[in-house]
Structure formats: C-alpha cells, structure tokens
Design a protein around this ligand. Structure first.
Ligand code: ADP
Length: 275
C-alpha cells in the first residue's frame, strides 16, 4: 500500500447539495456549536432519541455551511467496504466505485453516519483515522491513503436509549468526537414545529404536543422510548387529511410505539382525555 497521503482533487457532487433552506428551529446553541466544530475540523456525534430532529439539523447545517451532505443509514450488515468502495464488474471491464465515505472525503462533503453503532465493527477501523488530526482514509484496494480536505466533516448519530452492552460505542471511539445532545424540543417549539410540518393548525398541534408529553412520561413504565416529534407530525398530517383526530393519534402515536395491549389502552385514554 502507498504510505504517502494523497490529497485528491475535490470532485463536485451537485446532487448532494441542499439547495433550499430546510425548516429548522434551533432548540439551544447547537447551530453555533456545530459551526465551531466544523471550522476546527472536529468530528461531531449527535446524541438523542429517534425522530427528534437530528437528520433535519444535519440538512440545515449542510445548507448553512454550503457543503454537500452524504447520509448513510447504518445497519447491521454495513461493512467497511460498503463505506469505502469496491471494484464492480461492468460488462467486460472492472471499475472502481467509491463508497459514500470515500466520496465524501474526495469532495469535501459532510458525511453523516446515522445510527453508527448499528454498523459492523470493521467500519470503526475506517472511521478512526478520519477522526483525529491525520484526517485520512486508507483505501487498501486501490493502494492509496486519501487525506480529507478542509471541507470534509464526519458526523455520526447515536441513540443512547437503544444501546445494550453488546452494542455500544467504545470510549476509544466516543472520545474522538465532540458531542451535541438532542432531545424532543420544548413544548412551545414543538407546537410550532408540528403545526408547520403537518399543516394541522396551531391549536391541534398544541393538543398533539400535550398528548406527546404525557405519553413520554410512560417511558420508564413500560415504554422503551417516548413518542417522537416525527410521530406527532404524522398524526397532524393524518388529521389535516380528514382522519378523525383520536383515531389519527392512536394509529400514528400509540400503535407504532407499543404492541402491549394494556399499555395501548392506557395511552388511548390519554388521547381521549385531551382530544
Ligand atoms: P432523527 O434524525 O432525530 O431521527 P428527524 O430529523 O428525521 O429525526 O426529525 C423528524 C422530523 O421532526 C423532521 O422531519 C422534522 O419535520 C421534525 N423536526 C424535529 N425537530 C425539528 C426542529 N428542531 N426543527 C424543525 N423540524 C424538526
């Protein structure tokens, strides 16, 4: 393998640019923190439950920083090769195809690895040299080491609620990132977000958020995870389309989060008390 680092010419990736400003309501100082991390070439970990705005935040930041955004939804079969790239047979010839991480390094993009802990362990080996001040990615199959340009940034998301001892980020990995905590937005902002995204109107959004916050209280009483902002928006969208509000809440906010019939009855009662 070539031990020298090669700074590849940035390649433009038009389709990965976020053209229109995404709707994003800042909840704390996450925009400032992320911008400071980006300027200082620091990788970032976004921690928080599913559906609370991490992906939307990444789209917004990519727009603000005017960088392409390459998002990878990590899953248990995702390997280092998937991230780096592979040779593919194309007709008579064999062609190299960049994986999303290599693409991001080459083009100085922001690479967002969603739910990174789900990926296979060998992916961590690839991530590590990109997260310290070497900022390199070894592409063994091509025999090269690429150095990331200043525009490149690695961001990963992680949901502490899901993790088990088997699936958790090791300290040696965590301590390579600065961490921004995410949670469901405070009520006043969540009402604004649900109203905007669902079209259901402010008063309806207020009721949905009220139901949501009561359901979230069940988190340590049988619920694995509270109801997400995303699900509140889904309920609002169904209502906006004319689905009866209680029914909409049951199918968008209760059934997706629990299969336990007793718990479903308790949560349905919350809905009836508010709607
Ligand atoms: P995550 O990536 O955390 O699973 P998403 O970013 O997909 O969640 O959030 C789900 C939806 O909630 C988004 O599509 C967006 O409509 C809405 N949302 C959540 N938080 C915000 C926010 N702060 N500003 C604007 N929209 C938000």
């Amino acid at each position: 393998m070539d031990t020298g680092c090669q700074l590849f010419k940035e390649i433009p990736l038009e389709e990965y640019f976020v053209e229109k400003e995404p709707y994003y309501v800042p909840v704390g100082n996450e925009v400032e923190v992320f911008t400071a991390a980006y300027k200082n070439l620091l990788p970032v970990i976004l921690k928080g439950p599913t559906g609370c705005g991490k992906t939307r935040f990444m789209e917004y930041m990519a727009y603000r920083l005017k960088r392409p955004l390459i998002t990878v939804a990590c899953h248990e079969d995702l390997t280092a090769t998937d991230l780096i790239g592979r040779f593919l047979i194309k007709g008579e010839s064999i062609e190299w195809s960049d994986g999303p991480l290599t693409k991001a390094v080459k083009s100085g993009a922001i690479c967002y690895l969603d739910e990174v802990v789900e990926a296979r362990k060998d992916t961590i080996v690839v991530i590590h040299p990109l997260t310290d001040d070497r900022r390199i990615i070894p592409v063994d199959k091509l025999g090269v080491v690429m150095k990331a340009p200043a525009g490149f940034m690695l961001a990963v998301s992680y949901n502490p609620g899901y993790q088990s001892i088997v699936k958790d980020l090791k300290q040696s990995t965590r301590q390579r990132f600065v961490s921004i905590d995410f949670d469901y937005p405070p009520s006043d902002l969540e009402i604004q977000i649900v109203a905007h995204e669902s079209g259901a109107g402010k008063e309806m959004a207020r009721s949905l958020v009220e139901i949501g916050s009561r359901i979230r209280n069940f988190k340590h009483h049988g619920l694995e995870e509270g109801v997400s902002t995303r699900l509140l928006i889904y309920a609002g969208k169904l209502i906006h389309e004319g689905i009866e509000p209680r029914k909409a809440c049951q199918i968008a906010m209760v059934r997706p989060i629990t299969d336990n019939p007793d718990l479903q009855v308790s949560l349905d009662e919350i809905i009836s008390a508010i709607m």
